[in-house]
Design a protein around this ligand. Structure first.
Ligand code: ATP
Length: 792
């Protein structure tokens, strides 16, 4: 984790001067990165300069290199594009251009550069670093500087941040801007879906991605597309047309009223002929479908960053400054990346090389290599896409004996991706010959009505973008009537169970596991996919629905801040959900630039409030001209029984002495989000398939190989007892009742028994560990709260 608090500039170190720039194509989140670099740098006592207009500004120098103050980046988080400008600069590709850039940096005393851009920008930066000593030597020879003047500038420190909507950098799960672009794509395809369904049309949507199919693949998964074309998986020349027709026709035959095909702009066939949206359209017209093409173009770059990109850019910006302070001349230039939930550093040049080798592999028609160079998540999701759409023609059907009955139940308050996960699980089940059974209206629904419904392809076909719960959810837990539940499980002959829910789901899983002795039917693999906006399931850092919730809060707070600029100075105290867990409040504070965050983990007392009032006053004292946005304080609903949202607002109002107004704002159920975010849809699909595989693996332990003497006719069978009943899959094996968890860079299945014993605070309905603790502190640093506290 980013251990920021331990880092500080020791007094003997010379004051570091760091420059930050954005380069190449703009991407949402670049501003958040610049804000984080500027404020973290200042926090550590560094001077931070912004380089305006990318490498062009570096060459021009002078006013293009601007020393940034704390206030200069106010409001950056909510603005799209890059406020310090970007450019493509041919001169920087030339050595003389880079020499001029070096002279400008030395003139300002700068010897560290944080570059946020794509692989081109980062290649340029690394080249600049490697040439630096010789460039400096030449500048001395040219008489531009004396040897003494360049003495402190022997080395240039470079740190890379990947700002790119394509998500094409090797070694990192996501780049700054990629999820914002994906969100725009999904919004647009959702709009298209409505008209396509009305007219029974097919739509071919072209998305960005010259050498990288990430956007097209993820959009395919998140929008329930019938078919995708990506550069890494070139389609067979002259044959793809038939397969495309087959898949679209099959889905029509199953009852679908529309078709969606996503084409990456760099899509190819295996003879390297481009496959364009119009080529695809022609094929679909041949099939008799009324087909339209939409090319999304620059819409995909547009707009403000989604929550994911705001926190990603913020945490990476913070780590980039930390890297600058830690690096020695021998340290290879690092690139800041992310694996699952963990901010990581990797050697910049190796990642850039690997990235470029994908394009080279495509050019040499080595498509297996091209896809193998993408990260494991990419390959896994590509396989899932095929399994749930293209190969639903029986290609992946398992032998009869291996086919399972899998129950799916939703427990607790709805969160955004319940349907998306259920859809993916169902489609995967169907293509493998399993039977997916929806338990309607949670455990109490089962107890009261016994309704278990086998889900069909057409039932779930359009659930990818539906909020709420189509199969119904309920807060009741399993223990309310274990016997009845066992009866219906037995009746449906369930071989496995997927629970989607939050703490009630977690509790239900524990109860089912504890009842195995009494009701042997529960000796089946059972798994919980944490799905709650509170993110309070013990043992994991990630929960479905959280991303959608944070997006809703980002939009909500952006709107109310904006409204304040139209009226007068105003503070909003925003009350957010989360129960006893301050995760949502802390993250909302981090990504909206809130002045103060109040959570159950950090107790509110009078001295905290006094400090926050001082910070608010200081903040308002800097507001001038158009920079008059509202200020935010975020309060978790359970942060304190005394300092209610209203009371906090009254205290702030009273002490403002009429200098600023105060309002409360309670987004309430808006936080559950209407439509799931693109990220929640993708993760829902990934986790759902992982969980079915988990159930398959446990069941396979129970399959015996029956030998009837003929070596060729060996069949796999489940074991049966003397009465002909199937022997329970697993006998009290704790590992078979588990929660799918994300911890740092790892995804794993953790046994509920262990989690309950050692990681659960049952009373407060959350985990013992506050895994977001450090991010709360980073939020405090970037809002200025920590600095002011130190001074008070
Ligand atoms: P995107 O992913 O949006 O295309 P990018 O950073 O890859 O972003 P490029 O246009 O390739 O975009 O590069 C941006 C700038 O970086 C170039 O205009 C140039 O100034 C510099 N640059 C790129 N490649 C090199 C290189 N090999 N040597 C020196 N400078 C380079």
């Amino acid at each position: 984790a980013v251990n920021l608090l331990k880092q500080s500039l020791n007094s003997t170190q010379k004051k570091k001067k760091i420059a930050v720039m954005t380069s190449g194509g703009d991407s949402p989140g670049m501003n958040a990165a610049v804000r984080a670099v500027v404020r973290t740098g200042i926090h550590y006592g560094c001077d931070v300069f912004a380089v305006y207009e990318g490498y062009e500004g570096l060459l021009k120098g002078g006013e293009y290199l601007k020393k940034m103050e704390w206030e200069d980046v106010r409001g950056f988080l909510s603005i799209g594009g890059t406020l310090i400008g970007t450019a493509r600069c041919l001169e920087f590709r030339e050595r003389w251009g880079r020499k001029q850039a070096a002279a400008n940096l030395i003139s300002e005393g700068i010897d560290a550069l944080i570059v946020c851009g794509g692989d081109g920008s980062l290649t340029g930066a690394d080249l600049f670093r490697s040439e630096w000593p010789s460039l400096v030597e030449e500048l001395v020879k040219d008489g531009k500087f004396t040897t003494e003047q360049v003495e402190p500038f022997k080395n240039l420190t470079i740190v890379g941040l990947v700002g790119s909507i394509d998500n094409d950098m090797a070694g990192t799960d996501s780049t700054i801007g990629a999820y914002s672009a994906l969100e725009r794509i999904c919004e647009m395809v959702d709009y298209i879906d409505a008209t396509a369904k009305s007219h029974s049309r097919a739509f071919v949507v072209e998305v960005m991605g010259r050498h990288c199919g990430w956007l097209a693949l993820m959009a395919g998964i998140a929008t329930g597309a019938d078919y995708i074309f990506i550069p890494e998986r070139a389609v067979p020349h002259g044959q793809w047309q038939e397969e495309l027709k087959e898949v679209c026709q099959r889905h029509r035959d199953k009852g679908r009223r529309n078709n969606t095909v996503i084409v990456a702009e760099g899509a190819l066939d295996d003879k390297l002929n481009p496959v364009t949206a119009n080529d695809v359209k022609d094929v679909l017209i041949e099939l008799g479908l009324d087909t339209k093409v939409t090319i999304l173009g620059h819409v995909q770059r547009g707009g403000t960053a989604v929550a994911h990109d705001r926190w990603l850019a913020t945490l990476q910006g913070v780590d980039s400054v930390k890297a600058v302070l830690e690096m020695t001349p021998e340290t290879p230039s690092p690139l800041i990346g992310i694996l699952e939930n963990k901010i990581i550093r990797m050697p910049l040049i190796e990642s850039v090389k690997l990235t470029k080798s994908v394009a080279a592999a495509i050019e040499s028609k080595d498509f297996d290599k091209a896809i193998s160079l993408r990260d494991t998540e990419f390959i896994e999701l590509y396989e899932n896409f095929l399994s749930t759409t293209v190969k639903d023609d029986g290609a992946e059907i398992l032998p009869v004996a291996e086919r399972l009955n899998i129950g799916i139940v939703h427990v607790g308050a709805p969160s955004a991706a319940l349907n998306a996960a259920t859809r993916a699980a169902t489609l995967y089940c169907i293509s493998h010959g399993h039977k997916p059974y929806a338990i309607l209206n949670g455990f109490s629904g089962l107890i009261q009505t016994g309704q278990i419904k086998e889900l069909d392809w057409i039932d779930v076909e359009n659930w990818h973008n539906k909020g709420g719960s189509e199969i119904g959810t309920n807060r009741s837990v399993a223990a309310d009537d274990m016997g009845t539940i066992a009866y219906y499980f037995q009746k449906a002959k369930l071989d496995g169970l997927i629970i989607l829910g939050g703490f009630e789901g977690f509790k239900s899983l524990k109860q089912l596991r504890d009842s195995r002795e009494q009701y042997p039917i529960f000796n089946i693999p059972m798994v919980l996919i944490p799905s709650t906006i509170s993110n309070n399931v013990p043992g994991t850092e990630y929960s479905l629905g959280v991303d959608t919730c944070l997006n809703s809060l980002v939009t909500y707070t952006d709107d109310i801040k904006q409204s304040a600029s139209a009226t007068r100075r105003r503070v909003f105290v925003v009350e957010v959900q989360g129960g006893h867990s301050g995760f949502v409040a802390s993250f909302t504070g981090l990504i909206t630039g809130a002045v103060a965050v109040y959570t159950p983990e950090d107790k509110i007392d009078l001295s905290t409030i006094r400090e926050d009032l001082a910070l608010l006053k200081e903040n308002f004292s800097h507001d001038k001209g158009e920079n008059r946005n509202g200020k935010l304080a975020i309060r978790n609903e359970q942060a304190s029984s005394v300092y209610t949202t209203e009371l906090l607002a009254d205290i702030i109002s009273e002490s403002s002495k009429g200098k600023f107004g105060v309002r409360t704002a309670i987004p309430g159920h808006v936080q559950q989000g209407g439509v799931p975010s693109s990220k929640d849809r993708v993760v829902a699909s990934r986790f759902a398939v992982k969980c079915i595989k988990f159930i398959e693996q446990w069941n396979s332990k129970n399959i015996s190989s029956e030998d009837d003497g003929d070596a060729d006719s060996k069949v796999l069978r489940f074991k049966y007892d003397a009465h002909g009943e199937k022997v329970p899959t697993v006998k009290h094996e704790d590992e078979s009742a588990a929660v799918i968890c994300v911890n740092g860079s790892k995804v794993s299945f953790k046994p509920i028994a262990h989690l309950w014993e050692s990681e659960t605070n049952v009373e407060l309905r959350k985990g013992e560990e506050v895994h977001w603790e450090e991010f709360t502190r980073i939020g405090d640093i970037l809002s200025g709260r920590l600095r002011l506290r130190a001074e008070v």
